[in-house]
Design a protein around this ligand. Structure first.
Ligand SMILES: *[C@@H]1O[C@H](CO)[C@@H](O)[C@H](O)[C@H]1NC(C)=O
Ligand SMILES: *[C@@H]1O[C@H](CO)[C@@H](O)[C@H](O)[C@H]1NC(C)=O
Ligand SMILES: *[C@@H]1O[C@H](CO)[C@@H](O)[C@H](O)[C@H]1NC(C)=O
Length: 248
């Protein structure tokens, strides 16, 4: 039961093994099997775009002291540092999510010591709460920096995978509708190819309006700014099955 190749859609073509005819110097398609049936396929592209907000924030605090003796400088920093670390523990921050660096420098006849505590959070409300608490309790010798929002590698990889899956789903849906329109049904996939991916970070209008005053951004604006957008375009081709069992 031969099925004639037919172009049911702009991108519906018969496929077969392609070979080069040395004599004629042209490419032809040949039949795949002895029953003389040609595989007919529908080729479509699918697009998708997803966005994801940052899933981590880093909050850093700097404590410094300048004293005549190195011991005094160390003690002064240690007292405030201990208070910060204790507060973090009490508010449920795990030790593995805290890093502390200490730096001592000789400054003329004095010693300057600075310690920095950086904490990573996945709960932004908790971070805000802790940040507010520390600003309230500590004097101006402790600097609480504005939080930085970012994505973990796992988060980025997950969104890249997801957007590709959504694009393939959209392509399949499109191909299915095309087949339905022309009275055929969609067969198995023959080729699935991700043709193009793009990634960019969100730039809110408020961000653009601000020339240089980046530290003035609210937490929400910073989250928006760190939001990642990923788009994917896939090429998919499916076999076309003739409707009804007689032909297949
Ligand atoms: C805290 O540290 C653990 C171990 O390194 C890590 O798995 C987890 O994602 C961290 N949490 C945050 C909020 O960074
Ligand atoms: C916020 O902080 C206060 C004290 O600093 C604490 O009692 C409260 O449980 C915290 N709330 C959240 C949601 O972390
Ligand atoms: C906004 O995001 C860009 C990267 O996309 C970054 O370079 C810039 O520092 C961010 N601005 C703020 C205020 O966080």
């Amino acid at each position: 039961m031969a099925v004639k190749p037919s172009r049911v859609f702009a991108a519906v073509i018969p496929v077969g093994d392609v070979y080069r005819d040395e004599n004629e110097g042209m490419i032809r398609t040949v039949r795949r099997n002895t029953e003389q049936t040609l595989t007919r396929e529908v080729q479509v592209t699918g697009n998708a775009e997803l966005s994801s907000g940052p899933n981590r924030a880093r909050l850093c605090l700097q404590v410094s002291s300048r004293k005549d003796s190195v011991t005094e400088a160390k003690n002064s920093v240690s007292r405030r540092l201990d208070y910060i670390l204790q507060s973090l523990r009490q508010q449920g921050v795990k030790e593995e999510n805290v890093t502390v660096t200490k730096d001592i420098q000789r400054a003329e006849n004095a010693y300057y010591m600075e310690a920095e505590v950086c904490v990573t959070f996945s709960d932004f409300v908790k971070m805000q709460n802790i940040s507010n608490f520390l600003v309230e309790k500590l004097d101006s010798s402790v600097t609480v920096s504005a939080p930085q929002f970012y994505h973990t590698t796992e988060n980025l990889e997950s969104i890249r995978r997801q957007v590709c899956l959504v694009a393939v789903g959209n392509a399949r849906h499109k191909a299915k509708e095309v087949c339905r329109l022309v009275g055929q049904s969609l067969g198995r996939p023959l080729v699935i190819k991700e043709e193009e991916t793009k990634e960019w970070e969100g730039q809110s209008e408020e961000t653009e309006d601000q020339s240089g005053g980046s530290s003035q951004l609210t937490a929400n604006q910073k989250i928006k700014n760190a939001t990642v957008f990923v788009s994917s375009r896939v090429f998919v081709s499916f076999e076309i099955k003739a409707k009804g069992k007689k032909n297949s």
